[in-house]
Each structure stands twice: as structure tokens, then as C-alpha cells.
Ligand binder design. Structure first.
Ligand code: ZN
Length: 151
């Protein structure tokens, strides 16, 4: 351990060690006001700089039979044995089990082999892997404002 560097330097080092694949920050879209901003990938709480809405960034894993509503800007994972019903607002969703619900994802939705996703889904992108299934309505306009063509 090298001492003498500032805290941010050490945090950057930790980010690297924790192998967060996409840089140090997490790109966030506020579900209330659609403001785009970045927070540290290690942040657990933050407020939207525009509307000051408080947000949590914890990741959640859902398993077994459950009816659950989850709101987090972190990642939600429905495990292989999960049979979940609920309303989910999250930053990223990975479905390996079954999920029936109303889902809004500011990032990417991934349905893995064996995963079943049913319901109303709004996401910036969706990736259904071979062996995964999706049934319902899909709205990927959440990313439209970012993906506008250069004028
Ligand atoms: Zn906001």
C-alpha cells in the first residue's frame, strides 16, 4: 500500500481492484425528472442534482416465491429459483428465474437462459439471451433522449 496519496487516488485504486467493468462512475437517469448524471460506482445513496430526489444504489437479489416492489438505481437480479411478482424500478435488471411485473430500468435488461420476463418493461436496452423469454410490452424510449442523432 502506498501512503501519501489522497483518498480519491486510493478509491480509484479500489475501483480498479473491484473490477467494475465500466469506468469509475455509474451513469444514472433520474426516474422523476430524467436528468442524466454520474455517481461513484461505490455510492449507496445520492440525490438527483436537478430535483434532489433521494436514490439508493444497492443491488438486490430476489429468490424464491415473492411479491416484492423494489426501487433502487442499482442492479436487481432475479435468481434462478426466483418466481417474482412486483413492480421494479432499477438501474439494471438480470432475470435468470421468472419475473412478472411492471419494470422500469434506466439501464439494460438482460434475460439469461432459462429466464422468463413477463409484463410491461421500459428500459434503455434489452438483451434476451438464447433460452430466455420475454412476453409483454417493451418501451425502450428511455434512451431516446441520449441517442438522438447529432444535428
Ligand atoms: Zn431528478
Amino acid at each position: 500500500m502506498i501512503s501519501g496519496f489522497g483518498r480519491s487516488r486510493r478509491e480509484a485504486e479500489q475501483d480498479r481492484l473491484l473490477a467494475v467493468p465500466r469506468a469509475a462512475g455509474r451513469s444514472v437517469i433520474c426516474p422523476d425528472c430524467d436528468a442524466h448524471f454520474e455517481v461513484s460506482s461505490k455510492a449507496i445513496n445520492a440525490r438527483c442534482p436537478k430535483c434532489t430526489r433521494p436514490m439508493r444504489f444497492e443491488d438486490a437479489e430476489l429468490n424464491g416465491f415473492c411479491t416484492q416492489n423494489v426501487t433502487t438505481m442499482g442492479a436487481v437480479r432475479v435468481g434462478r429459483k426466483g418466481v417474482v411478482r412486483g413492480r421494479i424500478n432499477c438501474g439494471q435488471l438480470v432475470v435468470t428465474g421468472q419475473l412478472d411485473g411492471n419494470v422500469r430500468i434506466t439501464g439494460c435488461c438482460i434475460v439469461q437462459p432459462g429466464g422468463v420476463l413477463r409484463g410491461e418493461v421500459a428500459a434503455r436496452a434489452i438483451h434476451i439471451q438464447r433460452g430466455g423469454s420475454f412476453e409483454g410490452t417493451l418501451d425502450i424510449s428511455a434512451g431516446a433522449s441520449e441517442a438522438r442523432p447529432a444535428a
